[in-house]
Write a new protein. Structure first.
Length: 300
């Protein structure tokens, strides 16, 4: 598989590491002989899932480096998971503070209910497909900017605002235009996202101008949203401070969503293994609400 990574990196150079990861996971499943979960026992499913979870961070960091003309960095047996991830990404052993920050981020995002990618993975698992196929489907769902692309876009919003005195005018203009403010609001939470609170604390532990600016943006945006959208309870979600923390830890922005993917692959796998225990296929029903047919359907 290592020999194929340069070609995968070139193929995915336009759309990023997640595009390459989809191909790499398919190759891994084929080369390792992953079989449909319907046809194998629980121990074999677990072994396949562990192999895939171990490969995901290694593949993502290798694809990132290859895309920049750098050689992949082999993982080290003496480094824990988060430290290894940063090491494979940068080529340098990270300090303890950054390791712990990334570790906390990975733990906080490993799973979060039946979100779009998790549900997609479970649907494919319900068909009895192999673990790699289930994970490829989940990665495909995550690659959409409305699901996995928000951490870097939230940081782009901070860049676009630029200075504290521009916050009010910049935010009001976009809210009144009906635009979404990346990093704010959540389809489930109607209060503060607890993951955001944790990541804010981590960011403030680092300190610095970026953190101070992010905290001020959060304060003003929440006040503006409360004024313009009363009763909506729109607060920061996990992506807002996730971008700040990853930036402080030295991760390039194009690796924000892949880092989220490296965490979520573990949660996806747990859901895939659980779904594989049930042999019933997931098949949601739909009701047609379109234009009536021009002619009545004949009775039998």
């Amino acid at each position: 598989m290592r020999e194929a990574l340069p070609a995968i990196a070139r193929a995915g150079s336009v759309s990023g590491p997640l595009a390459g990861l989809r191909t790499a996971l398919s190759l891994l499943g084929a080369s390792a002989g992953f079989r449909p979960v319907y046809d194998i026992d629980a121990d074999r499913r677990r072994a396949d899932a562990l192999a895939a979870c171990a490969a995901v961070p290694t593949v993502l960091t290798a694809l990132h480096r290859l895309g920049r003309g750098l050689e992949p960095v082999e993982p080290r047996d003496d480094l824990p998971h988060a430290a290894n991830y940063l090491y494979m990404l940068t080529g340098s052993v990270p300090d303890a503070a950054r390791v712990r920050a990334v570790e906390q981020y990975l733990i906080s995002t490993v799973d979060h209910g039946f979100n779009a990618s998790t549900f997609t993975g479970r649907v494919v698992a319900s068909t009895g497909a192999d673990v790699a196929a289930c994970l490829v489907a989940a990665v495909g769902a995550l690659s959409g900017p409305l699901h996995g692309g928000a951490p870097s876009r939230a940081l782009d919003t901070l860049d676009a605002i630029g200075t504290p005195e521009r916050i009010d005018g910049w935010i009001r203009e976009r809210v009144l235009a009906g635009e979404r403010i990346m990093g704010f609001g959540h389809p489930v939470y109607r209060t503060e996202d607890p993951r955001s609170r944790m990541l804010r604390d981590i960011a403030q532990g680092f300190g610095g101008p970026l953190v101070d600016f992010a905290v001020e943006v959060e304060r003003q945006v929440e006040a503006i949203l409360a004024e313009l959208k009363p009763g909506r309870e729109l607060h920061t979600n996990v992506e807002f401070y996730a971008g700040v923390v990853m930036e402080l830890c030295g991760l390039p922005r194009e690796m924000f969503t892949p880092t989220f993917c490296a965490a979520r692959a573990v949660g996806w796998s747990a859901n895939i293994l659980e779904q594989a225990e049930d042999s019933k296929i997931i098949r949601p029903a739909a009701r047609y609400v379109g234009t009536p047919p021009p002619q009545p359907v004949p009775m039998p």
